[in-house]
Design a protein around this ligand. Structure first.
Ligand code: ZN
Length: 80
């Protein structure tokens, strides 16, 4: 443990320009690029970190598939 650990908890390195910025700041004050939660892992590969759209859709379908039967069951339960 060192002082740098405490420093790292409040700051993260901008993925775009490498400047140290506050973790809470959504936008880098230096290069005006938006940061993300993944940005603090600066050593991580900078490949496309966006979630593929197909996974977002699949996630929603899975969520709907779970929620709709429950909602229908509750609906019919109270309707009777
Ligand atoms: Zn920056």
């Amino acid at each position: 443990m060192s002082d740098e650990d405490a420093f790292d908890s409040d700051h993260m390195q901008c993925r775009h320009c490498g400047k140290w910025i506050y973790v809470d700041s959504p936008q880098c004050p230096s290069c005006k690029n938006y940061t993300s939660d993944l940005g603090e892992f600066d050593s991580a590969p900078r490949s496309d970190q966006r979630l593929p759209l197909i996974w977002v859709i699949a996630g929603w379908l899975a969520l709907i598939g779970m929620v709709v039967p429950i909602v229908l069951a509750v609906y019919y339960h109270f309707r009777r």
